[in-house]
Design a protein around this ligand. Structure first.
Ligand SMILES: [Cu+2]
Length: 205
């Protein structure tokens, strides 16, 4: 899987839709061009996360409660995107004990945490107050792995497995970030307004 991932080059295209009503609302969408999908994509391909941070507008309060399941000795979903301030409930749906821990948030090891173990049917929970990528682990099952991407914005989405996505944005200027497991995060800036423009992402290691 990892060797496959190294070969994956995710091409993401953001296209801004022209709007009938300038300055009100915009839409960006995109995905990998067809030629970057050679059919050798490992099934099922992991999802990516795309988010946009505006320069001026105050984001609405969007923090809420999300669920990360532990089932069949796997974290489900494998990639979960949440706005900062949100709580994640970790639910052990298996018949064996599981653990929930991470070694850093956004690379900051001071934010490492071990929530402890949960018996079958039990839950653990944690409120994420720092943005960044959290690599989830279970100390009891070293193969268990998942990612929570904590974003500092209400404008985010988890892509389809094909890499396609859509973001609806108020008009304005944004830094748009794209993250994919095993790849380097990438940032572009874009202005959403009445004019159309295209923004390309090429995520590599
Ligand atoms: Cu486990």
């Amino acid at each position: 899987m990892r060797s496959h991932l190294r070969k994956i080059v995710i091409m993401m295209m953001l296209s801004l839709a022209a709007l009938a009503s300038p300055g009100i609302h915009g839409k960006i969408s995109g995905g990998p061009p067809p030629k970057s999908m050679p059919g050798a994509f490992p099934p099922p391909p992991p999802r990516s996360v795309v988010w946009a941070v505006g320069s001026s507008q105050l984001p609405p309060r969007t923090a809420k409660v999300y669920t990360m399941n532990q089932k069949w000795t796997m974290f489900q979903p494998h990639v979960l995107a949440i706005p900062v301030g949100s709580t994640v409930v970790f639910k052990n749906s298996d018949t064996v004990e599981h653990n929930v821990s991470w070694r850093s948030i956004g690379g900051n090891r001071a934010l490492a945490k071990n929530l402890g173990n949960a018996a079958p049917g039990q839950t653990l929970s944690f409120r994420f107050t720092h943005p960044g990528v959290v690599h989830l682990r279970c100390t009891l099952h070293p193969d268990m792995s998942a990612y929570i991407v904590v974003v500092p914005t209400p404008y985010f989405t988890t892509t389809k497995r094909s890499g396609e996505y859509q973001l609806n944005l108020p008009a304005g200027r944004y830094r748009v970030m794209a993250w994919h497991e095993g790849q380097r995060e990438q940032t572009r800036t874009v202005t959403v307004g009445k004019n159309s423009s295209t923004l390309n992402f090429k995520l590599t290691k």
